[in-house]
Design a protein. Structure first.
Length: 205
């Protein structure tokens, strides 16, 4: 009869499963390492990326808001300017052309002043009255400080001793420029009609 002597752990369940347990521990450690790396990536990289996105969106929203406000304000100023510039009367104090101060471009102002030379005298001598109305207008924002406005203006023309009334229809592109917080006229393009060129003709025909 032979007797085989085994080690103290050879026949026990603990001894037989030792290798498998070690492998499981190594696998768990590896999984924890990967998970830790993922957590670090989430905490370090992702917040930086996500914080940039809201900042970018906020900047874009602010830019859109500025453009909207610029378009609204410039459009209102352009319409007011055109209505004033095309409205006058032969009566004292109602034909002083104070709207020229709204022309921020010196070259444009000089050109307009030349175009209306003699108009004030004609207004008084012929007792002319004009009423301007912006019937439609739209704005295109170039940037928050510069806006182009396309306006359609009707100007009713009459003479004090005549029942006849005529209408001068004008299509005008006004470029508004914000200077020191104030919207001024930087350019005027008369696509049809024009200040000072038809008042004393059409009203008297």
């Amino acid at each position: 009869m032979s007797v085989t002597v085994k080690g103290p752990n050879a026949g026990s369940p603990r001894g037989r499963g030792g290798s498998g347990t070690a492998t499981a521990v190594i696998a768990l450690a590896a999984a924890l390492t990967v998970a830790l790396g993922a957590i670090i990536w989430l905490l370090v990289d992702r917040p930086e990326s996500s914080s940039d996105a809201p900042a970018s969106s906020s900047a874009e929203l602010e830019a859109l808001r500025e453009e909207k406000v610029a378009g609204r304000d410039a459009l209102a100023e352009a319409k007011a300017f055109l209505a004033t510039a095309t409205t006058y009367s032969w009566r004292e104090g109602e034909h002083d052309f104070a709207w020229l101060d709204k022309l921020g471009n010196a070259e444009v102002r000089s050109g307009i002043e030349e175009a209306i030379v003699g108009l004030e005298e004609s207004i008084v001598d012929q007792r002319l009255t004009a009423q301007g109305e912006v019937v439609d207008a739209a704005a295109r924002v170039v940037d928050p400080s510069r806006v182009e406005v396309l306006a359609f203006v009707d100007q009713l023309l009459a003479r004090a001793d005549d029942d006849q009334v005529s209408i001068d229809q004008m299509r005008i592109v006004v470029t508004m420029q914000r200077t020191d917080g104030e919207w001024l006229v930087d350019d005027l393009v008369f696509q049809s009609g024009g200040l000072g060129q038809a008042e004393d003709e059409r009203a008297l025909d």
